[in-house]
Design a protein around this ligand. Sequence first.
Ligand code: CMP
Length: 145
Amino acid sequence: MGIERTLSIIKPDGLQKGIIGKIISRFEKEGLKPVAARMAWLSQKEAEGFYAVHRERPFFKDLVAFMTSGPALLMVLEGENAIAKNREVMGATDPAKAAAGTIRKDFATSVEKNTVHGSDSPETAKGEIAYFFRDTEIFPYAWAR
Ligand code: CMP
């Protein structure tokens, strides 16, 4: 497994609720270090491109509308087994089904306003990170070791 990187988004509902710090603190406690971060108000085109795999789904239009409804915090998280670890810390997509102590269980409102996004596989993580960040915008913690 080793050290991996994953794309994390704190969605517009997370910013609206003012819980960026609480969420990042949970990532850091679990060994997921932000190595890149940028706040962005996604355009329709950016959101549609990012979620292109879901374009045939019935919820696609609402998903894009929600993701462009306000700014989001885009981050790359780095750590041991980061992709699976991030998914564990986030909890299930539907907060009603998320385990106790997870971000979505504690903060999310619905399957749409589910506060955080995280890449679901190494291939997806690679593509999603490259979608938002250049290599020169990512600062691995190697300098601190
Ligand atoms: P995310 O991890 O960002 O990936 C796709 C998103 O689609 C998902 O989180 C949900 O917020 C959103 N979504 C909205 N409706 C549904 C649904 N019925 N099933 C799955 N995902 C949904």
